[in-house]
Design a protein around this ligand. Structure first.
Ligand code: HEC
Ligand code: HEC
Ligand code: HEC
Ligand code: HEC
Length: 427
C-alpha cells in the first residue's frame, strides 16, 4: 500500500469510529418502532381505554402498582415512614403535617389513593393537592382556572376519580408528549421557555418535571407556584423565597425555635437538571422509562420505578461497565449522601433546641435570636432539598454533598448565634 492509501484508510477508520460513536449515543434517544396512532377523545382519562390501542405500554404501566424494595436499601416502592431511618424528621417538622405522616413514594397508580389516605390532609385541605395526582387537573383548570386550587380537596378528589395516567403526559389525539400542570407551564414561561415548542429530548424530562419539582402555595388563593425565577440551585430558590414572593413568607413556624420555616418538596428535576446526566442531555425517561422488548417489539417501558430494577435496560445503552459495578456506584453515592444528610438533620434539631433554650434566658438579645432563626431556616432548607429529593444524591452527587455540607455549617452557625444571643454557651 502506498503512503496516501494508508493515510486514507487511517482517515476512514477514524471517521468510522467517530460516526459509530455518534450513532450509538443518539440511537439511545431514537423513538421506539413507530406505533399506529389512534385518536382518543380529549378528556378520556381512563388508561384502560388507551390500553386497547397501546397494549405493551399499558401492560408495563400496570406494573406501577408493584411493591418491592430497592436493592440499595434507599427509595423503593413500599409505603414505609421515612422517620424509621431518620428519626430526626419528627422534630424537624414539628408543628406541621409532615411530622405526622411522611411515607416513601410508591408507583404512579397509587398516587390518588395515597393522597386520600394521607394523615397530612384534613377537612381544611385545598384542591391544589390534586395538581400532581390526576389527569383531571386538565379539565379542572379549563373549567375554573386556578379557582380549583382553593376548592375543598374532598370535592376535587371526588371529581378526579382517575390517578396519574396516560393523559398526564400524552396528547390523546397525536400521542405526542405534553405537559398539563399549569404551574409548570407558567414557571417555564417566566424563564422564557415555551413548553409547546420544547424539543422531544426536553419533553422526555419535562413530563416528569411538571410534578417532580419544588413548589409553594400562594397565600389566599392556594395557587401552585414553582420558585424558579432566579434559577433552580438551592441558593437561587432560597434567594427567591427571601423576597417573600406573592406574600409568601413561610410554610409554617417551628414551635420550638419560632423560626419561619420552608418545606421543600421532591426536588428531583432541580437536582437532576444541574447534574452530570442532566447537563449531558440524558433525560428522566432514559433511566426511568428505558426501551425494552417483548416478542421482538421495541417499546418504552411505562413501569416508572427505580432504575436499579432494570439496570441493564436503563444504564447499559450508555455505560459499558457491568450492572454489578453500576449498582455498587449508586449505592456508594447513596451511602455517602445519607451519612451527611443524617448528620446535618441531627445538627439542625440541636439548632432548634438551642434557639428555644436561648429564648427563655433572661435578658436575651432579641436581634440575635432573629439572626439565629434565619440561620436555622436556611440550614433546614438546604438539608430538606436533599431529604425531599428521591434519589438519595444520585441525581447530582457533587451538588448533594455540597448542599448538605452547607446545611451542616449553617446549623453550627445557628447554634453559635443562639449561644451568643443568650450570652452563655448552652450547646
Ligand atoms: C409519566 C409520563 C407518561 C405516562 C403517564 C404515560 N406515558 Fe407513554 N410515553 C412517555 C414517554 C416519555 C415516552 C417516550 C416518548 C418519546 O421518546 O418520544 C412515551 C411513549 C409512548 C408511546 C410511543 C411508543 C413507545 O413505546 O415509545 C406510546 C404508544 C405510549 N407512550 C402510550 C402510553 C399509554 C397507553 C399510557 C397510559 C397507559 C402512557 N403512555 C402513559 C411518558 C408517559
Ligand atoms: C402527574 C404528576 C406526576 C408525573 C407527570 C410524574 N410523576 Fe412520578 N410520581 C408522582 C407522585 C405523586 C408519586 C408518588 C405516588 C405515591 O407515593 O403514591 C410519584 C412516584 C414516582 C416514582 C416512585 C416509584 C416507585 O416505584 O417507588 C418514580 C421513580 C417517579 N415517580 C418517576 C417519574 C418519572 C421519571 C416521570 C416522568 C417520566 C414521572 N415520575 C412523572 C407524580 C408524578
Ligand atoms: C442517569 C439515570 C437517572 C436519571 C437521568 C434520572 N434518574 Fe431518578 N433515579 C435514578 C437512580 C439510580 C435512582 C435511585 C433508585 C433507588 O434508590 O432505588 C433514582 C431515584 C428516583 C426516584 C425515587 C425512586 C424510588 O424508588 O423511590 C424518583 C422519584 C426519581 N428518581 C425521579 C426522577 C426524575 C423526575 C428525573 C428527571 C428529572 C430522574 N429521576 C432522572 C436514576 C436516574
Ligand atoms: C443516555 C446515556 C446515559 C444513561 C442512560 C446513563 N448514563 Fe450515566 N453517565 C452518562 C454520561 C454522559 C456521564 C458523564 C460522562 C461519563 O462519565 O462518561 C455519566 C456519568 C455517570 C456516573 C459518574 C458519576 C456522575 O454522576 O457524574 C455514574 C455513577 C453513572 N453515570 C451511572 C449511571 C447509572 C447507574 C445509570 C442507569 C440508572 C446511568 N448512568 C444511565 C450517560 C448516561
Amino acid at each position: 500500500m502506498s503512503k496516501p492509501q494508508k493515510s486514507l484508510i487511517a482517515l476512514l477508520a477514524v471517521l468510522l469510529l467517530f460516526f459509530g460513536f455518534v450513532v450509538v449515543r443518539i440511537g439511545v434517544a431514537k423513538p421506539a418502532a413507530a406505533v399506529k396512532v389512534t385518536k382518543i377523545p380529549a378528556g378520556e382519562y381512563d388508561p384502560a381505554v388507551w390500553g386497547q390501542y397501546y397494549p405493551l405500554q399499558y401492560a408495563s404501566y400496570k406494573h406501577t402498582t408493584d411493591e418491592s424494595p430497592s436493592p440499595t436499601g434507599y427509595g423503593g416502592s413500599i409505603k414505609v415512614q421515612k422517620s424509621e431511618m431518620q428519626p430526626e424528621l419528627t422534630m424537624l417538622f414539628k408543628g406541621m403535617p409532615f411530622s405526622k405522616d411522611y411515607a416513601e413514594d410508591r408507583g404512579h397508580e397509587h398516587a390518588l389513593e395515597d393522597l386520600r389516605e394521607s394523615k397530612r390532609i384534613g377537612p381544611a385541605s385545598k384542591g391544589a393537592c390534586i395538581t400532581c395526582k390526576t389527569p383531571y387537573v386538565e379539565q379542572a383548570y379549563k373549567e375554573m382556572g386556578w379557582g380549583y386550587a382553593n376548592k375543598p380537596l374532598t370535592e376535587m378528589m371526588g371529581n378526579a376519580k382517575q390517578t396519574i395516567a396516560c393523559a398526564n403526559c400524552h396528547d390523546p389525539s397525536t400521542m405526542n408528549l405534553r405537559v398539563i400542570n399549569p404551574a409548570f407551564i407558567e414557571a417555564q414561561a417566566r424563564r422564557g421557555i415555551d413548553v409547546t415548542k420544547a424539543s422531544r429530548e426536553d419533553m422526555r424530562s419535562f413530563v416528569c418535571a411538571q410534578c417532580h419539582s419544588e413548589y409553594y402555595f400562594e397565600p389566599g388563593t392556594t395557587k401552585v407556584i414553582f420558585p424558579w425565577d432566579k434559577g433552580v440551585k438551592p441558593a437561587d430558590m432560597y434567594a427567591y423565597y427571601s423576597d417573600k414572593p406573592n406574600g409568601f413568607a413561610q410554610d409554617w413556624q417551628h414551635p420550638d425555635s419560632k423560626a419561619p420555616m420552608l418545606k421543600a418538596q421532591h426536588s428531583d428535576y432541580e437536582l437532576f437538571s444541574t447534574g452530570t446526566h442532566g447537563k449531558a442531555g440524558v433525560s428522566c425517561a432514559d433511566c426511568h422509562m428505558p426501551y425494552t422488548r417483548k416478542d421482538g417489539q421495541k417499546y418504552t417501558s411505562h413501569w416508572v420505578t427505580s432504575p436499579l430494577k432494570t439496570l441493564g435496560d436503563s444504564c447499559s445503552p450508555c455505560h459499558s461497565q457491568g450492572t454489578a459495578w453500576l449498582q455498587e456506584r449508586v449505592k456508594n453515592i447513596q451511602d455517602q449522601t445519607f451519612e451527611l444528610q443524617h448528620m446535618a438533620g441531627q445538627n439542625i434539631v440541636k439548632a432548634h433546641e438551642a434557639i428555644s433554650a436561648a429564648s427563655t434566658q433572661p435578658g436575651v438579645d432579641e436581634a440575635g435570636l432573629v439572626r439565629a432563626r434565619e440561620l436555622v431556616r436556611k440550614a433546614q432548607w438546604y438539608w430538606d432539598l436533599l431529604a425531599a429529593e428521591n434519589s438519595m444524591g444520585f441525581h447530582n452527587p457533587s451538588q448533594a454533598l455540597n448542599t448538605l455540607g452547607q446545611a451542616n455549617e449553617l446549623a453550627h452557625q445557628a447554634i453559635e448565634a443562639a449561644n451568643a444571643a443568650a450570652g452563655i454557651k448552652m450547646f
